[in-house]
Design a protein around this ligand. Structure first.
Ligand SMILES: Cc1cc2nc3c(=O)[nH]c(=O)nc-3n(C[C@H](O)[C@H](O)[C@H](O)COP(=O)(O)O)c2cc1C
Length: 321
């Protein structure tokens, strides 16, 4: 594989909402964005509104893939039809989340287990049937459940998915050991044999675009998905990130912009303000007084309060005082 890989912003619950995706798009867009995971069973129930906010899109978004999870094939079918109507660029099925409660319920990474593979197969079939070739369908998964199990990837590839993303750890490993991208190579070989048109994407521990390019080249992958790397560099998808040279003033201005986008987007309080505060670490970092400033931000209760605080600080952001 000599072609440059494409890059994806990983789905992250309470992180990759419409607001953060816009911010990343303005800084340095990846080729593809993923939403947070949205539950199909919740979406097809009375609790629908709570799930819909995870699927909110901005009119400028053309390359956003909706990620879904859940248990019931029929709800996958109904949801996939709706997502095509909503204008998503693709649909991804989460078959990798390791969360205990979710796994107990037989969803996400639990689909990897032998006893759940029939259900996993039905789920994929229902999404493919609903989509009917109108948008690409993909799966995001892991290397296995308790141990590496390539029979799982062979089953997925037999579905002729458009894309398969593998987080290079097993479910049992959670995020406790380093991701091992060399373990993705047998999946690339399986792809070549079973479904040559399926794009294979690697995921896990990538901190820079250059590192992602090297890993993709070394292991023969088509794409690279980056999640937590965005927390240490909002420009992580840039060829030459300006972030290492960002001044305190520039960092705080970007935070203020993020907070303003949040306030403009979620005017009725649809989104918990606490989810926004977690981003303070991203911007308020690497300058004198950052830790005290983060502590103050943590006491804010609304975005209006946080904006007011930033407005008092910002004119003096470059001051040595
Ligand atoms: C806060 C957070 C939320 C996440 N939410 C999701 C999710 O909704 N769907 C999903 O497939 N993976 C989710 N993940 C996993 C990431 O997409 C990714 O697979 C993982 O973080 C490893 O990649 P990284 O090392 O580049 O972060 C989440 C990870 C984090 C840190």
């Amino acid at each position: 594989m000599s072609k440059k890989p494409f890059f994806i912003l990983a789905p992250m619950d309470d992180v990759t909402d419409v607001v953060f995706r816009r911010l990343v798009a303005e800084c340095a867009p990846p080729d593809i964005f993923f939403t947070e995971f949205a539950n199909v069973d919740g979406l097809q129930s009375a609790g629908r509104h709570a799930v819909l906010k995870k699927l909110k899109m901005h009119e400028s978004e053309k390359t956003t893939v909706a990620q879904i999870w859940g248990k019931t094939p029929d709800n996958y079918y109904k949801t996939a039809k709706e997502l095509v109507e909503m204008g998503f660029a693709g649909i991804d099925i989460n078959m990798g989340c390791p969360d205990k409660t979710i796994v107990k319920n037989g969803c996400c990474s639990a689909f990897i287990l032998d006893e759940n593979r029939n259900l996993a197969s039905q789920v994929i079939d229902e999404v493919l049937r609903a989509v009917d070739g109108k948008v690409p369908v993909s799966v995001k998964t892991r290397l296995g459940f308790n141990q590496i199990d390539y029979s799982w990837h062979a089953m997925l590839l037999a579905k002729k998915l458009n894309m398969l993303t593998i987080h290079a750890r097993t479910r049992k490993q959670m995020s406790k050991v380093p991701a091992d991208w060399s373990l993705l190579e047998p999946i690339v070989a399986l792809r070549d044999k079973l479904s040559p048109s399926t794009l294979i994407v690697g995921n896990g521990d990538v901190q820079t675009r250059a590192q992602g390019e090297l890993l993709a080249k070394k292991h023969g992958l088509d794409g690279v998905m980056i999640g937590r790397g965005i927390f240490t560099d909002p420009f992580v998808f840039a060829k030459d990130s300006p972030w290492p040279n960002y001044t305190k003033q520039q960092k705080l201005e970007l935070l203020r912009h993020h907070v303003q986008l949040f306030a403009d987007t979620w005017q009725q309080g649809e989104r918990n303000f606490e989810t926004l505060k977690k981003f303070a670490k991203v911007y308020v970092n690497g300058f004198d007084g950052a830790s005290d400033m983060r502590a103050t931000i943590m006491t804010c209760k609304t975005s209006a309060e946080l904006l007011a605080h930033l407005n008092t600080v910002l004119p003096y952001a470059n001051s040595p005082l």
